[in-house]
Design a protein around this ligand. Structure first.
Ligand code: CP
Length: 310
């Protein structure tokens, strides 16, 4: 079986069988990562450009490691040291890089639709590494891989996403992916951070965190985007923490364990307390580890090469 598209722009419209294929392939690559020499020749001879127009720690390093472990040649582009500063457009930048004979582009950009735009203007395979508030498909895939490993099955799993849903590409991709895989998804946050269309996507909406937690097995905590504080979306950080912060004190009241996730970067003491983030119920670093395997799987499946060395 193969993926239907030669690009990964989002999880909207990606089928259950395709997601399962990516997750199964990622498990095979995870065993490669545990070998003494964690490298296979699968993408030898291919050139991949990592086009990052926004800051990133996990996604950028994770893609770079995945590409190196697949033996691809890689080029890292950073907007802050490029001719973008002289006014070059995204289309010109990307087409000039492609003229140097590349095969795949991984792009992070602040504009929703940036990866779709490249897929229409380049011949290379395009992977969306986060486009504005739209989608972050590899994050949702690594989240699903982690939940599958932790809990066995995604079917009927009750996943609660807490925080700034309106500006979150992670939330959107998780909602698409988890619902496709048969999980039940709910979201919770202040009304100003919950877009109306989220209910239309099939997620249950809560404004009260205790009511939402009552119905959850897994809590995926989103970063409060402090750069948006001051825009009146919630009264204060202190009030946000009181109403929506994931604290040990709050979780203890339920007398059972929740699986705790966070895509990072975390604001410790704001959306999540340190003792929750570092507790035995937290799978945050497990998510990061799985990110490399998921990105190896996506790169391999989109490349169209045969499974040399898997
Ligand atoms: N989860 C995530 O996208 O983190 P980075 O912004 O560090 O890549």
């Amino acid at each position: 079986m193969r993926l239907r598209s030669r690009h990964l722009l989002g999880l909207e419209g990606v089928t259950k069988a395709e997601i399962q294929l990516i997750l199964d392939t990622a498990e095979s690559f995870k065993s490669v990562m545990e070998r003494p020499i964690p490298k296979v020749p699968t993408l030898r001879g291919m050139t991949i450009v990592n086009l990052f127009f926004e800051p990133s720690t996990r996604t950028r390093i994770s893609f770079e490691l995945a590409e190196k472990r697949l033996s691809a040649d890689i080029v890292n582009f950073s907007a802050s040291s490029s001719s973008v500063l002289k006014g070059e457009t995204l289309k010109d930048t990307a087409q000039n890089i492609e003229a140097m004979k590349i095969d795949m582009v991984v792009i992070r950009h602040s504009a929703p639709g940036a990866s779709l735009f490249l897929s229409r203007n380049l011949k290379s395979n395009i992977i969306n590494a986060g486009d504005g508030a739209h989608e972050h498909p590899t994050q949702a895939l690594l989240d699903m891989m982690t939940l599958g490993e932790e809990l066995g099955s995604l079917e009927d799993l009750r996943v609660l996403i807490v925080g700034d849903i309106a500006h979150s590409r992670v939330a959107r991709s998780n909602i698409y992916g988890l619902l496709t895989m048969g999980a039940r998804v709910s979201v919770c946050g202040p009304p100003t951070l919950l877009p109306v269309e989220v209910e239309e996507l099939g997620a249950e909406v809560y404004y009260n965190l205790d009511e939402a937690l009552e119905q959850a097995d897994v809590v995926n905590v989103l970063r409060i985007q402090l750069e948006r504080q001051g825009k009146g979306l919630f009264p204060s950080i202190r009030e946000y923490r009181e109403q929506f912060g994931i604290t040990t004190e709050r979780l203890k009241r339920f007398g059972r364990n929740f699986v705790i996730m966070h895509p990072g970067p975390m604001n410790r003491g704001v959306e999540i307390d340190s003792d929750v983030a570092d507790s035995g119920n937290s799978v945050i670093l497990h998510q990061v580890t799985n990110g490399v395997a998921v990105r190896m799987a996506v790169l391999y499946l989109l490349s169209g090469v045969d499974s040399k060395g898997l």
